[in-house]
Design a protein around this ligand. Structure first.
Ligand SMILES: [Zn+2]
Length: 470
């Protein structure tokens, strides 16, 4: 029995196969070949000692940003360092994200949602059905896995929002919603409204914790209401993240802070929602400007932050420490009476935004007993794989894709990331190359035309459209 790679003596955690044991994992031709005790080492081309570590399915992050505006050129390596092997880009633009994936890949698999943003794919906040359909057609033909409405930042009217969901459902592609329309906002009102706007349809409701920051009710009460709303709608796909900081834009357009989320954050922090208010917030250390340092995104405040923000004409990523702790813990752990997680996955809203913390923060939840080790794997790998419709990922069964992360549980860090059987990151050093794009049948040609590998998931075949048991 020969292996290309043998991972030895780690604690293998695979809830899909109810595995929690010290074992070896043998990999051959990019697939899991064997999991067991004392697998033969003699025929292994390479041996990785995982003693003291956890061996888990490669993490699948259902909410990342890989575009140039969020330092996408670094994002693939940042994900590889975080143990992520598959990720869903939640804003596009699809051409930009594909370009970066071509030039800066780290051996990962990604799917891309293209944004339906007024002034880009559609002219205004109230586009016609024909305009919306054309925008989705363009996105899919260019290789996108689906579309996203960035309602909390760049809202559409409620009727136009509904039309986007209807059109995406008809086409069978992914559709995600950062809640908020021209009538509501990126808060609990937006989340409530999303339940009506998606009635009878399938959708991915993004970063549930973002609507539970205490803007409308007490933050804890907002989280309880969010849990109730989602419990009633088990067919909706959702994720929440664990970081204190959010991720938004510093863009000043026509003298105004363009993003509604950024305006909310300024008000929440006691600053004016204006250009002067944003500058004051950067100086005060509340608004964090995304900047490049080495091969990572870092957060700058004070005069260095203002200088970077101005040097980019205000078009930088921006983060504010706006996520209170209780909703993050509640949404990460809440279950229905039948034992299903109400919020399906833990994601990060990271990528080029420096908060790829599914391991760094997620294993703290395990330390606290908020999640068991198996539950953590369910929320960071098994459930997201099912949502994307990837039956051969999110577990370590024989024949599964050899996407594996080796973790150091004591320091809540990632030792090694393996994608398709290749070591793409070890000890912080990223060696992975290339990108595999998860796309629809319509996008395959555009992806291959760039020299990228394509994995096609048919219309209505993702977990977004899967039958729901309860
Ligand atoms: Zn996001």
């Amino acid at each position: 029995m020969s292996y290309d790679l043998l991972i030895r003596n780690g604690r293998v955690l695979d809830p899909t196969h109810d595995l929690d044991m010290i074992a070896d994992v043998g990999i051959r031709s990019g697939r899991i070949a064997d999991v067991g005790s004392a697998l033969p080492t003699a025929q292994a081309d390479r041996i990785l000692d995982a003693t003291g570590g956890w061996v888990v399915p490669g993490l699948i992050d259902l909410h990342v940003h890989l575009s140039s505006e969020f330092n996408g050129a670094f994002a693939h390596a940042m994900l590889a360092r975080a143990g992520v092997t598959t990720a869903l880009d939640m804003a596009g633009p699809v051409e930009d994200v594909l370009e970066i994936a071509t030039n800066h890949g780290a051996g990962l698999s990604i799917a891309i949602l293209d944004r339906i943003k007024p002034g880009e794919r559609v002219a205004s906040s109230d586009p016609t059905a024909a305009e919306i359909r054309a925008a989705i057609d363009t996105a899919l033909d260019h290789g996108a896995f689906g579309v996203k409405i960035l309602g909390g930042h760049f809202p559409l009217t409620p009727p136009a929002t509904r039309i986007v969901f209807e059109a995406a459902n008809e086409l069978g592609c992914w559709n995600a919603f950062h809640c908020g329309t021209t009538e509501t906002g990126s808060n609990l009102l937006g989340l409530r409204e999303s339940m009506t706007l998606t009635e009878g349809l399938r959708a991915h409701i993004a970063h549930i914790n973002s609507y539970c920051r205490g803007a409308i009710r007490r933050a804890e009460d907002e989280a309880l209401e969010a849990i109730d709303l989602l419990t009633e709608r088990p067919e909706l796909v959702s994720e929440s993240y664990l970081a204190v900081i959010n991720g938004t834009w510093g863009n000043i357009v026509n003298g105004q802070v363009e993003s509604g989320t950024s305006r909310n954050a300024l008000v929440q922090g006691g600053f004016e929602a204006t250009e002067a208010g944003l500058e004051a917030a950067i100086v005060a250390g509340y608004a964090h400007v995304h900047a490049r340092e080495g091969d990572q995104t870092v957060l700058l405040v004070g005069s260095a932050g203002v200088d970077t923000w101005r040097a980019h004409g205000t078009f930088t990523g921006m983060s504010f420490p706006v996520n209170p702790p209780s909703p993050r813990l509640m949404l990460a752990s809440a279950k229905t009476s039948s034992g299903r997680f109400v919020v399906r996955a833990i994601a990060t809203d990271g990528g080029g935004i420096p908060r790829n913390d599914m391991v760094a923060s997620g294993l703290r939840l395990v330390d606290l007993g908020v999640l068991t080790p198996h539950e953590w794997v369910i929320k960071t790998a098994a459930a997201p794989a099912a949502m994307l419709g990837l039956a051969d990922r999110g577990h370590l069964g024989e024949g599964a894709a050899a996407d594996v992360a080796v973790l150091d549980p004591g320091s809540a860090s990632v030792r090694t990331t393996i994608a398709s059987g290749n070591i793409v990151m070890h000890g912080g050093v990223v060696n992975g190359k290339g990108t595999r794009i998860l796309t629809t049948p319509r996008g395959e040609a555009a992806v291959r035309a760039r020299g990228l590998e394509a994995q096609v998931i048919a219309e209505h075949a993702s977990g977004l459209y899967a039958a729901v048991a309860e």
